[in-house]
Design a protein around this ligand. Structure first.
Ligand SMILES: Nc1nc2c(c(=O)[nH]1)N[C@H]1C(S)=C(S)[C@@H](COP(=O)(O)O)O[C@H]1N2
Ligand SMILES: [Mo]
Length: 259
């Protein structure tokens, strides 16, 4: 956290933070999400927090400020890089996760597949897989962190998303990039994250074509964001100034979702 943000947090009124947090905790989806964040800092559970005890109040306020951090895209440092790992550190097998079971993973037909690009773009609006595979190639070994309480190191290959956006003629002064998926999933991200050097539009997992379970034909991989922000089975990408929300975000998860 920068000095500036620390000051902002310090200025926040303690009582209004408590009111906010109580309201948030009334939503079951947020409660589950909150507990995961708490465990990251080994903090007391919000619900069990004894507000008369100075120490637990401080713990609690730090936890809330962390939630606020994530709510504030303003503190995202577009130059800060997420850690990378060696091949020996890859988690095998890499976990599968979705809002459904592995038997219901969508199977997208590669030859019929077309990526639609819409909204504030001046370039090509329909892309085939061979056209996407021909884009500049990059690889990364990074950690994927899921709010459900697990993290795993994986190796993804594809094209830097900013390269794709440039070629698609995207208006990079727009606020958001949104994604629609072959299942009912959808997500959206802030433009600084879309342009971050480690944000990859991936077509490969561990040197192979991305398998169905990990998001064939493509997954947007962002080591700077929590797992649920990383859409799999993308079928449409759109650039917009209208807040698009997301599958979990619309059920109460934090939108910025930084990791
Ligand atoms: N299309 C789609 N993308 C998705 C999801 C989903 O259910 N559908 N789940 C998200 C969540 S919560 C996680 S943790 C990761 C899991 O990716 P993995 O199966 O490659 O581990 O995908 C994310 N992207
Ligand atoms: Mo997740």
């Amino acid at each position: 956290m920068s000095m500036e943000n620390r000051k902002t947090v310090a200025k926040l009124d303690r009582e209004s933070i408590l009111i906010d947090a109580r309201r948030e905790l009334a939503m079951p989806a947020r409660r589950a999400f909150g507990k995961q964040l708490m465990s990251l800092g080994s903090l007391v559970m919000l619900t069990g927090c004894n507000v008369t005890d100075e120490d637990s109040v401080n713990h609690f306020l730090r936890a809330v400020s962390r939630l606020n951090d994530r709510a504030q895209a303003a503190i995202f440092d577009p130059y800060r890089l997420a850690p990378t790992y060696t091949e020996a550190q890859i988690t095998r097998p890499f976990p599968f996760n979705a809002y459904y079971g592995i038997d219901e993973v969508p199977h997208v037909d590669a030859s019929a597949y077309r990526l639609t690009v819409s909204g504030l773009v001046t370039g090509k609006r329909v892309w085939t897989l061979p056209e996407l595979y021909a884009l500049p190639h990059a690889e990364q070994i990074t950690r994927h962190i899921c709010v459900e309480g697990w993290s795993a190191v994986g190796r993804w290959g594809g094209t830097p998303f900013r390269e794709f956006l440039r070629r698609a003629g995207a208006d990079t002064t727009a606020k958001y990039v949104g994604f629609k998926c072959a299942d009912d999933y959808y997500e959206s991200i802030d433009m600084p994250t879309a342009l971050h050097p480690q944000t990859l539009l991936t077509f490969e997992y561990d040197g192979e074509r991305l398998p169905a379970k990990y998001g064939f034909p493509m997954k947007l991989r962002m080591p700077t964001k929590l797992g649920y922000k990383n859409p799999k089975h993308i079928v449409e990408i759109f650039v917009t100034n209208t807040f698009p929300g997301g599958y979990w975000v619309d059920q109460g998860y934090n939108w910025f979702g930084g990791s």
